[in-house]
Ligand binder design. Structure first.
Ligand code: ZN
Length: 578
């Protein structure tokens, strides 16, 4: 039984190193290929041999990546299929642990190779920089510490996953409770919010303990690698060569001075529309005019057709890309029993084609998701001609420009889904969401900067530091009587526990997306051409050059943010008047 929605997809380039009939889920069959690559790189005496070796390694990486992606897709499309689960777990448990040390051994051989210095620049600059960085940071004594770190992460997830409340006659997860915050009945919203807050506060001590241990471990990991603190270490480990911790702090300051006035204005307008004397935390998700939810489409067929129409109006190249995804069945979009939750874009790295997975149920959020994931898919399509596997990806700060820009660009034609008044309502909600994300991003990022540059401070000092950030970025929301819930509201942000320092990327990317959108308002054809040219660069150039190719500045200061927020406020003004 074929568990994949798409049919047979041949490699974009015929294999020249990996055998055609190999089982890429069978480690004993794969291992000899790594032996062969190790033997060959040691013997590579000139540049052509070294470059040919790089491409063969690249071919193997792509084949293994596609194998993993196929198994993951089959599993998420059929969570109730035992074979799909077994096949996925086999890869994760039997292949990946063997793979990692062998890949790292090849990286070390690469970095030590005499021909490395002769690789043409700038072609190999980024590739070389990233591999050298990865090898240089490795410390054998950190392996055990990282295992400890992962275990603490698991403990945190278990703790959060077990949080439930009894509400309206049944046990509900806190995720399920989210929808009550959209209820027009304010009393009901408050009851739901308070119940969730109370449940979260029960685990404050445990979360604090986990965080204490994480801070200690991470600080040790950084010191083992020769850094003063974990903040410095993570900037290097995440390959942030093009911006510094100070740039991020300037970003936070610029959000405070440029974006917070707009956030407060949006919140004040919401408060007025809801006719409230104060805006409380349970008043933020409800429609301010108490309207029924938007209904953009009746079924997934309609959603795909209308999305295609949007791309047809946006750009012929993108339209052809989305049409190809339809033709090759690279979409699994409807919500049905036996499917994993959420949405993602995945790439079949050998066929060099994208795949989109989501659970559409007919709400506005689905429209945002398909536009977003299509942006990622266009990115994968744009790099199809690139033969170096590592360059067919892109740094996350730019990946999310591709997707977030597509939300803003696609929204210009969202009348495909709605009558004019509803289209404006959808645009307004989306744009308010874009603006409203920045303050929380600033809190999450700035808090982690503080934590890891003050690793020896007490819990009370940590609490005070967080409260100060909430004062700066909390906006006009009235938390009186809810001080404890506010002081520990970061406990629910899993990135802080599991993916330290991974968050500012979304803020950086959103600035890029807003610039692409601003460019399109001036000259749509040029903005779309720049966007696609930048996507086609993949990971082959550093971030500032990727941004520049897309017609954007790689800066997160007041001067960059100010015109973008003016544009967004102007649009919101027009939408309010419409
Ligand atoms: Zn994304």
């Amino acid at each position: 039984m074929n568990l994949l929605p798409f049919g047979k997809l041949p490699p974009a380039k015929p294999r020249s190193f990996v055998p055609a009939e190999i089982d890429l889920g069978d480690w004993p069959a794969i291992a000899p290929l790594f032996d062969e690559l190790e033997r060959r790189v040691k013997a590579a005496g000139d540049l052509p041999a070294f470059e040919a070796w790089l491409l063969d390694w690249s071919e193997l990486c792509a084949a293994l990546d596609e194998e993993s992606a196929r198994r993951n897709i089959a599993m998420t499309c059929h969570t109730d299929n035992a074979d799909a689960e077994k096949s996925y777990l086999h890869f994760v448990e039997q292949v990946e642990p063997e793979l990692k040390p062998r890949q790292f051994a090849l990286e070390k051989l690469y970095v030590a190779h005499p021909q490395r210095a002769n690789l043409p620049r700038p072609r190999y600059t980024v590739f070389d920089r990233d591999l050298e960085n990865h090898v240089t940071l490795f410390r054998p004594e950190n392996v055990a510490l990282e295992t400890e770190e992962a275990k603490l992460g698991q403990q945190y997830q278990k703790l959060i996953g077990a949080q439930t409340v009894n509400f309206q006659g049944g046990e509900k997860t806190l995720v399920q409770m989210g929808r009550y915050l959209e209820e027009p009945d304010r009393g009901l919203r408050e009851e739901a919010w308070q119940l969730v807050a109370k449940r979260r506060l029960q685990d404050v001590e445990k979360c604090e303990e986990i965080m204490d241990e994480l801070i200690q471990l991470r600080t040790q990991i950084a010191r083992n690698a020769g850094f003063d603190n974990y903040c410095q270490y993570m900037f290097r480990a995440k390959g942030r060569f093009d911006y510094t911790a100070e740039d991020c702090q300037r970003f936070h300051d610029a959000i405070e001075s440029e974006i917070m006035p707009a956030v407060r204005e949006i919140q004040k307008a919401r408060q007025a529309k809801l006719n409230l004397s104060s805006l409380r935390p349970w008043d933020l998700a409800v429609d301010p005019a108490n309207r029924a939810p938007l209904k953009p489409f009746a079924n997934v067929g309609e959603m795909v057709e209308r999305t295609q129409n949007i791309f047809n109006q946006l750009d012929a190249g993108l339209a052809a890309g989305f049409q190809q995804m339809q033709d090759l069945k690279l979409l699994d979009l409807d919500n049905r029993k036996g499917k994993a939750p959420g949405g993602y874009q995945s790439t079949l790295s050998e066929a060099r084609v994208p795949f989109i997975f989501m659970n559409a149920v007919g709400v506005q959020r689905d429209v945002e998701t398909i536009l977003h994931e299509a942006g990622h898919a266009f990115h994968a399509q744009a790099t199809k001609a690139e033969d170096l596997y590592a360059y067919r990806g892109a740094p996350i700060e730019f990946c999310e420009v591709a997707s977030m820009a597509m939300e803003l660009l696609g929204n210009e034609f969202i009348e495909e889904f709605y009558a004019p008044a509803e289209a404006n309502r959808a645009r307004k909600t989306h744009l308010e969401g874009v603006i409203g994300f920045f303050p929380w991003m600033a809190v999450v990022d700035a808090f982690q900067h503080w934590i890891y540059t003050h690793p020896d401070r007490t819990r009370a000092e940590r609490k005070a530091a967080y409260e100060k950030l909430m004062d700066r970025f909390g906006g006009a929301v009235d938390w009186s009587g809810l001080e404890e819930a506010r002081a520990y509201s970061w406990h629910r942000q899993l990135h802080i526990f599991l993916y330290p320092f991974y968050y500012v990327e979304y803020g950086i990317a959103q600035l890029g997306a807003l610039q692409v959108w601003a460019n399109s308002k001036r000259d749509k054809v040029k903005a779309l051409a720049d966007y696609q040219r930048a996507l086609a660069l993949g990971a082959s150039r550093p971030l500032p050059e990727l941004f520049a190719a897309a017609g954007c500045k790689f800066q997160f200061d007041e001067a960059t943010i100010n015109p973008l927020i003016q544009l967004a406020r102007g649009e919101l003004g027009k939408l309010a008047a419409a």
